[in-house]
Design a protein around this ligand. Structure first.
Ligand code: HEM
Length: 451
């Protein structure tokens, strides 16, 4: 039997279950008319995939693999999710004042929007292709598919629907997993999407290791209310702040992060000498994992069945950052045991996908990560990781309490300390789009569509 949240037909499919498809399109939309917008919504609801849909497919896929001894190639899926910005929710709602008040109370950062929060995240909205307030983005449709043809077919259909109902496509992004041996990697060449929090009532608990997820390299289990409203959370009971219509919804952070691969490679070459190591090993120190995913904290041990996806470690036995530098990206963004709160807090569900071609195919093209994250408090989770940990040179994440510098991947390029060596970095990652939205439950979307 599945844990209860795996059967949910209320929570949209990319929140807990994860689309994880190789091709993903993000459509940033504006409604020009509330009534037409509601009609558009009523039509789109029928195409949205919920948690149970994704889980059914994944189960069929596993079954096929067990039966045929290989991935069932013919089994393909195309899924869609819809999120609405505060402006979009207010536009469609028949009671806009009440909706605005509920949003403001529940999540002030969401209500303010990414542009107003740019000083918190350290961004320059001038560089943004999407997410500036003047663009008045109301909705984001995420379409994910195993094949580009189907993605294109849905794109054409949605274009028609948008045109018909006065919905303006303000911007569009295409995410693609990298080809061949780079599949599953981000543009700097590192395996991504390994460490995700386990979610109680969604993932099964390991009977031999209470508090940990079964069969996924030991991820820590976190209460579902950290990612979906209306459920028990690590922050305690916040039901008085959460209006009923927000239940089973999740907050979504979308960021277009442009990566400078040439600059990254150059810096690794340069700093390898200072650290007395190779460029590859220098890269691993900056990330906290090797390119294939092996954590510096714990070597993968095939004898124990522990591969590169290993995740059951913390830094308690490495207080000085000797194995995993305190400034390494994965230690900055998840210090595990080194927080004043438990390692079950401040977590996010990451759903990112690269955009642009691999560097070696076309060095001059733009490339990066379409970073997508889910949480229930933008300030306490996503922004906290970015502002208080990654961008903050004072944040230690280790026992000595000495400043470590900024996260070399996403921090403010103030330089960081690796062992006894202070290294200077340029900015390798620039934010070129940012948006905060709500992924409402299906019932809430139906209510909005009904007007
Ligand atoms: C983990 C790359 C942006 C938060 C990772 C990993 C890589 C990576 C290679 C290790 C693999 C894994 O554990 O999944 C990047 C790149 C980025 C980027 C290249 C920008 C282009 C961000 C941002 C945040 C973030 C903006 C949040 C503010 C995390 C977290 C983890 C992670 C929470 C997991 C840490 C852990 O639990 O061990 N990232 N990342 N990343 N990243 Fe990023």
């Amino acid at each position: 039997t599945r844990p209860p949240l795996r059967k949910s037909r209320e929570i949209q499919g990319n929140v807990l279950a994860a689309f994880n498809k190789d091709h993903q399109q993000f459509r940033f939309l504006r409604f020009t008319d509330a009534k037409l917008g509601r009609t558009w919504l009523a039509a789109v609801i029928g195409y949205l995939s919920v948690t149970a849909d994704v889980e059914d497919f994944n189960e069929a896929f596993s079954l096929g693999r067990a039966m045929f001894g290989a991935d069932p190639q013919s089994l393909k899926a195309t899924w869609a999710n819809l999120s609405l910005t505060p402006a979009g929710l207010v536009k469609l709602a028949v009671n806009p004042d009440a909706v605005a008040e509920d949003l403001r109370r529940r999540d002030p950062a969401l209500w303010m929007g990414a542009e107003a929060r740019a000083d918190v995240t350290g961004d320059d909205p001038e560089e943004w292709l999407f997410g500036r307030d003047e663009q008045r983005i109301h909705a984001v449709v995420t379409v994910a598919s195993d094949c580009t043809e189907r993605l294109q077919a849905v794109d054409t259909m949605l274009d028609l629907l948008d045109d018909l109902l006065g919905v303006v496509k303000v911007h569009q992004e295409l995410g693609e997993t990298l080809p061949g041996p780079l599949k599953g990697r981000e543009h700097f060449g590192f395996k991504d999407g390994i460490s995700q929090p386990g979610v109680r009532d969604f993932h099964e608990e390991d009977p031999h290791r209470p508090g940990h997820r079964l069969g996924h390299a030991g991820a820590v289990l976190v209460k579902p209310g950290e990612f979906v409203f209306g459920h028990d959370s690590e922050r305690g009971d916040e039901s008085d702040r959460t209006a009923r219509w927000l239940h089973n919804g999740s907050l979504q952070v979308i960021r277009r992060l442009t990566q400078d691969v040439a600059g990254w490679r150059e810096a690794l070459e340069e700093h390898a000498d200072a650290l007395g190591t190779t460029p590859d090993e220098t890269g691993a120190l900056l990330i906290g994992r090797h390119r294939d995913g092996r954590p510096l904290a714990e070597p993968a041990d095939p004898a124990l069945g522990l591969g590169p996806d290993r995740n059951d470690f913390d830094y308690a036995d490495d207080p000085w950052g000797e194995r995993t530098p305190c400034a390494a990206h994965i230690r900055k963004t998840n210090p595990r045991s080194f927080t004043y709160r438990a390692p079950t807090q401040r977590r996010i569900l990451r759903r990112g996908i690269p955009f642009g071609p691999p560097y070696d195919d076309n060095p001059h093209a733009e490339r990066g990560l379409l970073f997508v994250a889910h949480c229930t408090s933008i300030r306490e989770q996503f922004e906290f990781q970015q502002r208080v940990w990654a961008n903050n040179p004072e944040f230690a994440g280790g026992a000595d309490g000495a400043p470590t510098g900024t996260d070399p991947v996403i921090g403010g390029a103030d330089g960081a300390r690796f062992g006894g060596t202070e290294l200077a970095f340029p900015r390798f990652v620039r934010t070129t789009g940012a948006l905060y939205a709500l992924v409402p439950s299906v019932s809430t979307l139906r209510l909005l569509a009904a007007g």
